[in-house]
Design a protein around this ligand. Structure first.
Ligand SMILES: [Ca+2]
Length: 317
């Protein structure tokens, strides 16, 4: 008797699998539990895509009369299953192809016997049958609840390690602004807007606060660098530019900003300045003269008054 398409497919898979196993010799290697679940999730996602893709198909051309007789309805046929299973993995994905090969009979069982009662393939296959995943909000070999409970892992403020897989340790990596084992505490620079045993909302402090109890510059416990407390105990900007000596070099002027300051280059006509532009010089640079408060290019006759060149008449050149 001739082998069916599915049997041929199996044989090919087996051959490629044996080759790969020989190549890598990983038959008994302990698999990364989290990546096994990721692989399984990918397989069941691709199964759903394949299911949709084949939804409007039928046997079409190329099927033998034997197949037509044996498989009366494409929708629930082995042919359709085969077409879906063929595209579950990228050919280069060793883990995926191995998992499909190893558990191919489960797809048949589900397809012919379990699909109606257990329509969620991921749940039936990855969680309950081959046990590489856990329900959402649980982790580890026994699918224990994540910190904070399976409904709201990490109280909704973080990510539970191994969530939904048979791996991980269930500990929380808190989102930005949150800290602590349960992700209920606020990080420095954040304050609790709402807080109870199971819920916490941390909001960023005002930009002037290092730590705070509320959202304004008057709610700071401590001011950030570049800010100082005023008479009303609010954090206000330090004007670094009013300091003597200046915080900047001689050929720069100081520009005060909220929480900081910067040093900017003076105009090239200036020798020292208070702001940008040729009219903000403290004195004019060499070769420039003060003309009604603005430094301009010195005219040649004026230049001669201060130059030894005048005496030898070189300015006429
Ligand atoms: Ca400042």
């Amino acid at each position: 008797m001739l082998p069916t398409g599915l049997e041929l497919l199996r044989l090919l898979r087996l051959l490629s699998c044996v080759t790969l196993v020989l190549l890598f010799q990983v038959s008994d290697a302990k698999r990364d539990l989290i990546s096994a679940c990721t692989t399984c999730q990918k397989i069941t996602d691709n199964f759903s895509k394949g299911f949709e893709r084949t939804a409007k198909q039928n046997f079409g051309g190329g099927n033998t009369a034997w197949e037509e007789r044996k498989l009366s309805k494409y929708e629930t046929s082995e042919i359709r299953l085969m077409e879906i299973v063929e595209d579950l993995c990228e050919s280069s994905s060793f883990e995926c192809n191995r998992m499909v090969e190893e558990h191919e009979e489960h797809f048949e069982t589900w397809w012919f016997k379990r699909k109606t009662k257990h329509p969620d393939l991921h749940k039936w296959f990855c969680i309950e049958t081959i046990k590489v995943c856990c329900p959402k909000g649980t982790f580890g070999l026994d699918c224990n609840d994540c910190v904070g409970g399976s409904e709201t892992p990490c109280h909704g403020n973080g990510r539970c390690d191994g969530d939904g897989t048979r791996g991980g340790d269930g500990k929380c990596s808190c989102d930005n602004g949150y800290t602590g084992e349960f992700c209920l505490d606020c990080r420095e620079g954040y304050y609790n807007e709402v807080r109870n045993d199971t819920f916490s909302l941390c909001t960023e402090c005002h930009s002037s606060c290092k730590t705070c109890t509320g959202g304004t510059h008057q709610d700071c416990d401590e001011c950030k660098d570049g800010w100082e407390e005023d008479d009303q105990e609010a954090c206000v900007d330090v004007n670094e530019c009013s300091k003597d000596p200046s915080s900047c070099n001689e050929d720069q002027y100081c520009l005060n900003t909220e929480g900081s300051y910067s040093c900017k280059a003076c105009d090239k006509v200036c020798s020292g300045c208070t702001a940008a532009g040729p009219d903000k010089c403290q004195s004019c640079a060499s070769g420039y003269q003060d003309t009604e408060g603005t430094c301009t290019v010195m005219d040649i006759n004026f230049k001669c008054q201060v130059s030894i060149l005048c005496r030898v008449g070189l300015h006429h050149l």
